[in-house]
Every structure is written in C-alpha cells, then in structure tokens.
Ligand binder design. Structure first.
Ligand SMILES: Cc1cc2nc3c(=O)[nH]c(=O)nc-3n(C[C@H](O)[C@H](O)[C@H](O)COP(=O)(O)OP(=O)(O)OC[C@H]3O[C@@H](n4cnc5c(N)ncnc54)[C@H](O)[C@@H]3O)c2cc1C
Length: 485
C-alpha cells in the first residue's frame, strides 16, 4: 500500500468523517499526539494523519469500517515499547491507541484475570498478587507495556522456561476483525473445542490480523517460597554445559538467567565491584527456585550439589534482601553495555539446548571476525538469548560490521534449529530475515491468511512480509522511561 499525495488527501478527509462520528477527544490530530504516535522503541518514525484513542470498545468497529471504506491504514498501538518497529504507522493513516481501555478484574475464585487491551502488564501482576494469584509472563518492559501488545507479540520473559509465555496464559480473546466486525475467540472457561482456534492465530500476529480489545488470562497460585543462587563459571561453554546438566537433573528453575563475560564485566564496572572476589568478569547463571517450602527444600539440595560439581563459585541468598543484591548484576547489565558502544542491536534469538556449546564457540568467532563487542545474556531454560551487537553510530565501518554480524547470527541460529526471534517478533526490523526462517510455501500461507482476514490490507500494513531497509530508515532521537531496562 503506497502513500501517494492523493492517498494523504483521502486520509485527511476520512479523518474528518471519523471525527464527526467519534468526537475530537477520541480523534486527535494535534502536533503532540501525532509526534508521540509516529515512533516506537525502534525509533523508526513515520507520521500518522490522526491518533485515535477509543474510550469504548464499539468505537473500534467504527474506525475499522470507515478505514476499509476509505482505504486508510490503521496501526494498533499499546505503549510503543516494541523494539522491532511493529507499532510504527509505516504508511501513515491512523494510529489506534488502545491505552484508554485499561480495566482489570480478577476472578479470585476461578483464578482468571479479565483485562482490557490497554491494561498495563505490571498492574495485572500486582492485581493478581493482591488476590493471592500469580501471572507469570514478565517482559522486562512490564512496568510500561500493555497486555494487548504482549498478546500481539506473544511476549515472553524470564519466567518462560518454567511457566511459558503469553500464549500459554490466554484463555479467551475479544476484539475486531480488520474489516470491523466484533468477534470472540473462546469463553472464560479453560476448555473450549468449538470451531477453529483463531485465538491462537491472533496471538503473535503483531496487530495484523485483528485488534484485541479484551482478554481472559489464566492465573497460577502464587508460589509460597523463593530461593536465589548466583553461580559463576570459567567460561561460556562451561556455563552452557552446566545448564544442560541442571535441566537433565529434572530441575525446573522459575528463572535461569545467563550472563556472559562481557555482560558481567560491564555490570561490574557499573557497580564498581566484583561479584565473586578475585574472579572478575566470569560468566554467571542466576537461578531462582519457586514453589512450596517442601518442594524448595528438596530442590535446593539438588541445586547445591550441581553448583558444587559444575560452578567455579556460588552464593545463595539467605533472605529477600540478599536475593535482591544478587539480582543487581542482571539488572545493571543491559544499560552498562553502552560502555562498549553508543548503539545496540538487541537480538532475541533462540538456540536449542543441544546446540548451546556450539553456539557459544561460534559467537566467540563472530566477535573476533566482526571486531565488535557482543555481550550476550538471556533465559537459559528456554534457549532465548539476547545477543547485543554493540557499535558506534558515527563509525561507518562499525555500522557495516554490525549489519553483517546480524545477518550471520540469523543464518547461524536457523542452521542450528533455533529461531530468529523468541519474543520480540518481526515488525520492520527483522523483515530481511523472515525468509531464512520460513519456506516460500510457509510465507505464502501466512500471506493468504492475512489476505483472507484483511482483503484491503488496512491493518498494520508493510510489516512482516515486505523487506524493510532498516539501516536506511529515518529515526528520531528520543529517550524513553524504559531505556536500559
Ligand atoms: C526495555 C525493554 C525491554 C523489553 N523486554 C522484553 C521482554 O523481556 N520480553 C518480550 O517479549 N519483549 C520485551 N520487550 C518488547 C516489548 O516490550 C514487547 O513486545 C511488548 O509486548 C510490547 O507491548 P506494547 O504495549 O508496548 O505494544 P506496542 O509496542 O505498542 O505494539 C507492539 C505490537 O503490538 C500491536 N498491538 C498493540 N496493541 C494491540 C492490540 N490491542 N491489538 C492488536 N495489536 C496490538 C502493535 O500493532 C504492534 O505490532 C522489551 C522492550 C523494551 C523497550
């Protein structure tokens, strides 16, 4: 869908028609609103014609029907924390901002959360906890992002290995088809076997197959006890090998975070301390066990025996305050990486467990051949690693090296049987690599689904399938409250 001058004139006139229906409080065209909605955390920027912030669910149907009538592109938006450019209104048109629909209700008897798309994920977790329940999906951006955005991206987080990701907790969805009809996928019952499961088709569809307005989420009983252990290793290969031994011993940590040497070195420099005295810059695995006190007692014994056999050093927290101190290295590492460059490509690849050591050896070679710092950390229990390619924006040779390094990384993870994205999705930034992951037939099937549900291609057009030249894209200089989280 190209945006010609003629299109833009048509979008402006459609906006007037929409404003007459919904009012100027809902349909905004002021400078502040247009600027804020023009970019997400990728900082790729394209100005929309209007920003629509519905306060009632039915207004979304009106927006989509009018958009189809006039051919106006519509980009759904939560908080704009996506790093992939998936919330950028690439073809202008309307940004549909869901933040105004943010109700949360916990059904404490059924263990379900009834939420609207704009509800903040951290607030959902807090509401569940206040009722004695636990909502495990925990993206690092949870203080900011919306559940609608999490559903659209199938967001994950540190709890993924033991509990799963957003998809594993969505019981039912409500929302609008791209053509503006209201639909419900499932009910507030855990079992539902009536008809095709289009609920799961919407999850991870990056706002291209429908607009989520409401969700029912499954909750778990809150674990009564937690225990944290920090372990260090001689090198990355030893750490990966040890992690495999831990899982083979049938231990399922609630959290199993890995940080490589470079990540630890940056965090230690930022904290002005060495985590294990006399062993600076060693890779670490941070473990958190969660469960009943009885479960933890047994598992702790297994884990301590594992640490004694595999780790160079280990330290267990005796209480929550000590656990928080052990967590400092993980919290600091992301921001601290900017000691190694002023720009970061934060990749979220996955690697199968059996390929961990091979990947570690390969990554070391990539560091050497690219000449770039590539600090890596991530969630070991589900193979989701954040490979951070650091470079300096003003140094063309480093930009070229970073571009080459990402392509090499994507090819390698696919060759190892992993994924080019474990949790961030494709958006604009990963469009050059979709063909590495999927065959032409598979992409053809995805496009056919998109066309069947959105024949005029109005919902979040330009994402996923068309290759976007990310290095040439105009970007804004902007700082976000979530920078370096
Ligand atoms: C510091 C930081 C840390 C992060 N950590 C993680 C992490 O640990 N795990 C992880 O998975 N991600 C992480 N992310 C990425 C991001 O936070 C997630 O992808 C999140 O799900 C986006 O939510 P949002 O509300 O900001 O959505 P947006 O960024 O506004 O939108 C993201 C996509 O969802 C679509 N969308 C939004 N709302 C709806 C809706 N109601 N209906 C249909 N489509 C919709 C948009 O069109 C877009 O395609 C991180 C990002 C940052 C900046």
């Amino acid at each position: 869908m190209a945006t010609s001058d003629e299109d833009k004139v048509a979008f402006v006139s459609a906006t007037r028609a929409l404003r007459r229906r919904l009012g100027s409080g809902v349909v905004r065209t002021d400078e502040v609103a247009l600027k804020e909605a023009s970019f997400d955390s990728s900082r790729i920027a394209v100005r929309p014609v209007a920003v629509i912030r519905p306060v009632k669910r039915e207004q979304i149907g009106v927006v989509l029907k009018l958009a189809n009538l006039h051919g106006v592109p519509v980009t759904p938006r939560g908080r704009g924390t996506t790093l992939m450019g998936s919330a950028v209104p690439l073809h202008g048109g309307w940004v549909l901002d869901l933040m105004g629909l943010d109700a949360i209700r916990i059904d404490a008897e059924a263990g379900l959360a009834h939420v609207q798309a704009g509800a903040n994920v951290g607030a959902i977790q807090d509401a569940a906890a206040a009722a004695g329940w636990f909502y495990p999906p925990d993206p690092s951006s949870k203080q900011y992002c919306t559940i609608g955005g999490n559903i659209a991206c199938n967001a994950g987080g540190m709890h993924g290995g033991k509990y799963g990701v957003t998809r594993d907790f969505v019981v039912a969805l409500k929302g609008f088809l791209p053509t503006g009809e209201f639909v419900e996928w499932g009910t507030a019952t855990r079992k539902f076997a009536a008809g095709f499961n289009l609920r799961d088709l919407w999850i991870g569809s990056e706002g291209m197959l429908g607009v989520v307005t409401d969700a029912v989420l499954r909750l778990l009983p809150a674990p009564a006890a937690r225990w944290t252990l920090l372990t260090s290793f001689a090198d990355e290969v030893s750490a990966f090998r040890a992690a495999r031994a831990l899982f083979a011993a049938r231990v399922q940590p609630a959290i199993c975070e890995f940080l490589d040497r470079a990540s630890v070195t940056c965090a230690e420099a930022a904290m002005k301390t060495t985590i294990f005295p006399g062993q600076p810059g060693r890779p670490v695995i941070l473990l958190e066990l969660a469960g009943s006190p009885a479960e933890l007692r047994d598992t702790k014994k297994t884990v301590l025996a594992w640490a004694a056999a595999h780790a160079a050093g280990h330290r267990a927290a005796k209480n929550r305050a000590e656990a928080e101190a052990l967590w400092a290295v993980r919290r600091k590492c992301s921001g601290a990486m900017f000691q190694m460059g002023d720009a970061k490509l934060n990749e979220d690849i996955t690697v199968p467990l059996g390929a961990y050591e091979e990947f570690a050896v390969w990554l070391e070679k990539l560091r050497a051949s690219s000449g770039l710092a590539i600090p890596t950390f991530g969630h070991l229990a589900d193979g989701n690693l954040h490979v951070n390619i650091m470079y300096h924006k003003a140094v063309p040779a480093e930009c070229r090296a970073a571009e080459k390094a990402v392509l090499a990384l994507m090819k390698k993870v696919v060759a190892l049987g992993g994924a080019i994205s474990g949790e961030h999705g494709i958006g604009l930034a990963k469009t050059p690599f979709l063909r590495l992951q999927h065959s032409a037939a598979a992409i053809g099937a995805m496009r056919a689904v998109k066309h069947a549900l959105d024949p005029k291609g109005i919902l979040n057009p330009g994402k996923m399938f068309e290759v976007f030249e990310v290095w040439k894209a105009p970007r804004v200089t902007a700082s976000f409250p979530w920078d370096h989280k």
